[in-house]
Design a protein around this ligand. Structure first.
Ligand code: CTP
Length: 413
């Protein structure tokens, strides 16, 4: 069971149209339901040729609507204003996959089935997000592209299409993007009026990597999970997010601008560019586990075993402290949040770092605890501020991220 997120308790209408990609909409319905969303599926007649309504009903645990003419519980709506009632209650109308035909209908205001009627009735009631799926020739046909422009100009949001191999064997634009990515687009749209709407947040994540020779490096165990969760939570709150990350293998949250770096000095450069300067960011959250030192010299060639053992020594030198460098800038972020990874005297060390690095808040965690810190999915942290501390219980990294973002939203200037 995943922790609470922006999707929890949201009422999403998932419209499914007649495309072979309809089978992927099953995974999408399942994923949204697992996140706690209430997913009501409307299928067009042609969608039912690809997937049975029962499949969606079983995955969502809710009725599936296939016609606007029935008024009982078996595939219809128990109300005389069927076409508006669904749109009225929804937080989001998601049509995935959407065919060229349904895009044309919505672009031109046609309403001859429950889904197009619901889309027409949803204007000014809930946002519409569409994930196109069609053959490249259909998508790139000028008539479809003109419909894309019309839909965009009316505020309809797009999830894809992607480019790649299609069921027809052809390659090109028109491919249905992956269910997880579509769920990411849903989060972005649902969060756009959140507590950080329009605010800019820079987040750092992951380890940094300091080269020793062309094949070796020094680094640490950071997985990047906490920083990525913060970036996602900031998107969920409506922020414009830049994520500066060291090498990790995590997918980029949808809606985030990702900047990849390797060593500490390149992370410093990226932070100075994105968080300080003429137009500093609203908040900087430094979750990266930055390497404090690096080999003084990087060997140009691979260090060989034949080397004289007496010379087998790595001399280290200090890296710059990124937060300290940020604090010395004339134009700096309005709020700066750091982390303190400690193995003893948690609060005292965190308080010292708070002052030394001129931070507004520091998220302190005890890295010796088995259920918190590096490479696990949970964290137990203490928020340390100049005015006091707040101890948080053990929670998922997602929940920690939401609490940090909520703190930033409460303290924004
Ligand atoms: N940090 C930084 N630049 C560094 C090292 C750390 O900006 N060269 C940031 C981290 O991203 C974190 C905070 O400073 O937000 C504290 O990191 P931590 O490793 O706990 O502290 P250090 O300052 O490195 O001190 P020490 O390793 O001695 O505990």
């Amino acid at each position: 069971m995943s922790s609470k997120s922006i999707l929890t308790d949201k009422h999403i209408i998932l419209g499914v149209t007649g495309s072979i990609a309809a089978y992927k909409a099953c995974a999408l319905a399942s994923r949204l339901t697992q996140h706690g969303a209430l997913v009501d599926v409307i299928m067009t007649e042609s969608a039912t040729r690809f997937v049975a309504p029962l499949t969606f009903q079983a995955l969502t645990g809710r009725p599936v609507y296939t016609t606007m003419w029935q008024t009982d519980a078996s595939g219809g709506l128990g109300t005389h204003i069927a076409h508006v009632s669904l749109a009225h209650e929804a937080d989001l109308l998601l049509i995935a996959p959407i065919t060229a035909n349904m895009m044309a209908k919505i672009a031109h205001g046609l309403a001859d089935d429950l889904l197009s009627v619901t889309a027409l009735a949803s204007a000014n009631r809930c946002p519409i997000l569409i994930a196109p799926a069609m053959d490249v020739g259909m998508y790139e046909n000028p008539v479809t592209l003109a419909n894309v422009d019309i839909l965009r100009s009316r505020g309809v949001r797009f999830a894809g299409p992607g480019s790649g191999r299609m069921a027809s064997g052809l390659e090109g634009l028109g491919r249905f993007i992956e269910p997880d990515e579509i769920a990411g687009h849903c989060r972005r749209v649902l969060g756009m009026n959140g507590s950080l709407a329009g605010r800019r947040v820079v987040v750092t994540a992951g380890p940094t990597r300091e080269p020793l020779d062309p094949v070796r490096y020094l680094t640490n165990y950071s997985s990047g999970k906490q920083g990525f969760a913060i970036a996602q939570a900031a998107v969920d709150a409506g922020a414009v997010v830049t994520l500066i990350t060291g090498p990790v293998s995590l997918p980029t949250p949808i809606g985030v601008e990702r900047v990849d770096v390797l060593d500490t000095r390149s992370m410093l450069d990226a932070v100075l560019v994105h968080a300080t300067g003429d137009d500093p960011t609203d908040a900087l959250i430094m979750a990266a586990a930055v390497a404090d030192f690096r080999p003084e010299e990087i060997a140009e060639r691979k260090i060989k075993k034949t080397q004289d053992p007496a010379s087998m020594q790595i001399d280290l030198t200090y890296n710059p402290d990124i937060l300290y460098e940020v604090s010395r800038q004339t134009r700096k972020p309005l709020l700066t949040v750091g982390f303190a990874a400690e193995s003893d005297d948690l609060i005292a060390h965190a308080q010292e770092k708070l002052a030394r690095k001129s931070l507004d808040m520091i998220v302190a965690n005890d890295i010796t605890a088995g259920d918190a810190g590096f490479a696990v999915d949970t964290n137990r942290v203490v928020f340390v501020m100049s005015e006091g501390i707040e101890e948080l219980p053990l929670m998922s990294k997602e929940e920690v991220a939401q609490r940090i973002v909520a703190w930033v939203a409460e303290h924004q200037m």
